[in-house]
Design a protein around this ligand. Structure first.
Ligand SMILES: [Zn+2]
Ligand SMILES: [Zn+2]
Length: 311
């Protein structure tokens, strides 16, 4: 009969893909948390005394990252502050903001909600309407990524945070590796990893503590832990190539259950060589408008703002 390989509990909830271990609820939570804490030490994602800013959307990945980073905060290893960015997407973001707020409250983690509207004077919905009117066909994700990055850097500076953490998981990371490889974006590959550092001191170091945890395990972790999470997908999410790659990998995983780990491991081995050969010039300048990193006079956020003020 099946029972937990660690404690003998007959109620197992998962057979781990990597180790083949069968685990009960308690032992699964424990093993997964230990794995993340192990990775944080292994990749030196945080140092004692760091102040970490976590991007907390309210989705399962960021809620799990919050719970585990809070563990380090309670042990006085790091200081932690969470930020939820409200892009202004009607019918979607509000629920995420509320769930993020409740999770931070339960754990007693300092939490800020920063909106596009307050920072830039418009919502993402308004940007997309304006784009349609002016016959521009940029994808919402382009704007969203640029303005979110700007806000993260700004809030990190305001809060005195020296690390920015995100909830990227194994599936996200494997998809990014394969996408960039297949599209020939070798420069982008040089930036994939558990920890990004830039020569530009204006950039805050970014860390991904959940990078080696499969998305399914994260879903199970938050359910097993009784945590409230936002399951809705963004209505603008139309990254169709990523979706194709995701389906392709999950199809492969049926017969090759550890394919995501081997993709990640293989990539991590060749990454130093790719980096040596293909590391491009990081923007070394400073935006004349806002002081954020920029390759020209204006950073990308300020270039968009200028474009719209000219409309
Ligand atoms: Zn057990
Ligand atoms: Zn700027």
């Amino acid at each position: 009969m099946d029972s937990c390989d660690k404690c003998g509990n007959p109620q197992i909830i998962i057979k781990m893909k990597r180790s083949g271990q069968k685990l009960c609820r308690e032992c699964f939570i424990e093993a997964t948390r230990e794995k993340v804490l192990h990775d944080i030490r292994k990749y030196k994602l945080v140092d004692k005394g760091d102040k970490v800013l976590l991007g907390l959307s309210g989705g399962k990945d960021s809620v799990m990252a919050l719970e585990i980073l809070n563990n380090l905060r309670e042990r006085h290893i790091i200081d932690l502050v969470a930020v939820t960015i409200d892009e202004g997407i009607a019918g979607y973001r509000q629920e995420g903001v509320e769930i993020a707020t409740r999770n931070a409250e339960i754990l007693g983690v300092e939490h800020r909600v920063v909106s596009f509207k307050d920072c830039f004077g418009f919502t993402l919905d308004e940007v997309m309407k304006n784009d349609a009117k002016n016959n521009r066909s940029r994808h919402a994700c382009t704007y969203c990524g640029v303005f979110r990055r700007w806000i993260f850097n700004m809030v990190a500076k305001e809060e005195g945070a020296n690390k920015i953490a995100t909830g990227h998981n194994l599936d996200d990371e494997t998809q990014s590796i394969l996408m960039n490889y297949l599209e020939g974006n070798i420069q982008n590959l040089t930036r994939i990893g558990p920890k990004s550092e830039s020569k530009n001191p204006n950039f805050t170091v970014k860390i991904k503590p959940l990078r080696e945890i499969p998305e399914k395990d994260i879903g199970l972790y938050v359910v097993a832990n009784d945590m409230e999470v936002h399951f809705a997908g963004c209505p603008y999410a139309g990254e169709s190539f990523r979706a194709e790659i995701r389906d392709f990998i999950s199809e492969l995983s049926v017969n090759h259950p550890t394919i995501m780990y081997s993709t990640l491991r293989g990539f991590d081995k060749i990454k130093p060589a790719i980096k040596r050969e293909f590391s491009g010039e990081a923007p070394t300048g400073t935006c004349v408008q806002c002081g954020e990193p920029a390759s020209g006079d204006l950073c990308r956020a300020c270039s968009f703002l200028k474009l719209w003020s000219d409309d």
